[in-house]
Design a protein around this ligand. Sequence first.
Ligand SMILES: Nc1ncnc2c1ncn2[C@@H]1O[C@H](COP(=O)(O)OP(=O)(O)OP(=O)(O)O)[C@@H](O)[C@H]1O
Ligand SMILES: Nc1ncnc2c1ncn2[C@@H]1O[C@H](COP(=O)(O)OP(=O)(O)OP(=O)(O)O)[C@@H](O)[C@H]1O
Ligand SMILES: [Mg+2]
Ligand SMILES: [Mg+2]
Lengths: 255, 255
Amino acid sequence: MTRTYTIANQKGGVGKTTTGINLAAALSTFGKRVLLVDLDPQGNATTGLGVDKRTLERTVCDLLLEERDPGEVLIRLPCGIDLLPANRDLTAAEVELVAGAERERRLARALERLGGRYDHVLIDCPPSLSMLTVNALVACGGVIVPVQCEYYALEGLADLLATIERIARAFNPRLAVSGILRTMYDPRTALSQEVSNQLHAHFGERVFRTAIPRNVRLAEAPSHGLPVTLYDRSSRGAIAYLGLAGELLRRERVA
Amino acid sequence: MTRTYTIANQKGGVGKTTTGINLAAALSTFGKRVLLVDLDPQGNATTGLGVDKRTLERTVCDLLLEERDPGEVLIRLPCGIDLLPANRDLTAAEVELVAGAERERRLARALERLGGRYDHVLIDCPPSLSMLTVNALVACGGVIVPVQCEYYALEGLADLLATIERIARAFNPRLAVSGILRTMYDPRTALSQEVSNQLHAHFGERVFRTAIPRNVRLAEAPSHGLPVTLYDRSSRGAIAYLGLAGELLRRERVA
Ligand SMILES: Nc1ncnc2c1ncn2[C@@H]1O[C@H](COP(=O)(O)OP(=O)(O)OP(=O)(O)O)[C@@H](O)[C@H]1O
Ligand SMILES: Nc1ncnc2c1ncn2[C@@H]1O[C@H](COP(=O)(O)OP(=O)(O)OP(=O)(O)O)[C@@H](O)[C@H]1O
Ligand SMILES: [Mg+2]
Ligand SMILES: [Mg+2]
């Protein structure tokens, strides 16, 4: 049984890509077979894992526009996870998806061809509620929402939840919010604590107990092309993402 | 002579809105008449200045879809700047602009109706290179590019510069990069210094001397609906944005 999660939030810079890369790597240290899908034309997950975007012959864009086998596109990475890479071409897919047939289900159909090859699939989204994010929401079973504990973060959540409800009703009845993840959390500031309290008030148990602290090792790791679990396993960032992986697996067992 | 600047970077969370609000407020403390245009469907510049998005009868979306007078949409704020507000409706404009007539020039035409009423117009953009950002690039004379001094920040710059070149050739010959602004700059980390050195190597004089430090007062100010120059005028964030306003005015004098 493959569990597929979309990592989404249209607010920019909240830690979507950092969560995708490091949660994927943390799950693989627990022995899970993991695929990370980069669905952002910025291709940050791709370069953050050391892949040169300019040398790619095939990307996830090919899967959205043609009936190609994902096996031809995916890359096995030395860190133990597989990646469906992205580059600027994905912008072309966004334009094409505005009007194409079955435009919401392209990614879902492509991932179905992988069968049960993976235990976990994580999909990193761009900072918008565009057709790319819609494709991710149709293809997955749950949404992990990184939220930076600052003022603007709460603002966009209502729009995101409304979009998730809409997609669940129209295309994907199993879709639900798997968890709200506090990122760049600094318990010393009143702002972080205030936002955290509001998240608990609105979302209760759906807020992950694990909060990701602000930790410079998380920002340094992508310049070495490594997840933080390999770049600096003893760092607070690595420990937090390993904790998140453990919490996610526990939640899956009781679900 | 009105000077119009677009604040753009498709990388999310780099400080576009924070720069728009606080540079606008800082310019107004120098006695300039300033208009801030919120061109992001998230409407962060609108709520960050204390405006309730749900009560708005007219927004910038109306200016993009009809030939309306911007005077009917703008809001005079107690902090001394004027605002063209935005809310979720702007997403509808994005869809309409994909195919409409004169779709790149809608904002330019609307702002022309303001004549010389302002000394400075600043346009806050969403984290994407969509038709909204294209409209801003066609309507302005210069682009201010906030860059967070971290790894992913450099990656997107090449795409942004290519888009600016393309718009300058096709629609707006006066368009140029006015300056690269280092944001959330922490000179104690090797990562910040490394990225800063690369920016100077690539952009030389176009990098603003003023760097905006990471300062929690900048993140707190929007929850009070105030620019940082009014929320905490003695903070490092307020001093930095006042310094940036001074530097921009000096550059305008010699240009
Ligand atoms: N917990 C953390 N501590 C310190 N830095 C972090 C943390 N999480 C993310 N970062 C850094 O903050 C920046 C933003 O994170 P990231 O790029 O992962 O966000 P995103 O939501 O994917 O952005 P976008 O909206 O552009 O896709 C990056 O430079 C990243 O390295
Ligand atoms: N210099 C700074 N010091 C501390 N916090 C900052 C600074 N600049 C911005 N912030 C905070 O970082 C977050 C991201 O900034 P902001 O929302 O302005 O970026 P943005 O580029 O407009 O994001 P988006 O891509 O979503 O539009 C906000 O919570 C903001 O309050
Ligand atoms: Mg990202
Ligand atoms: Mg913004």
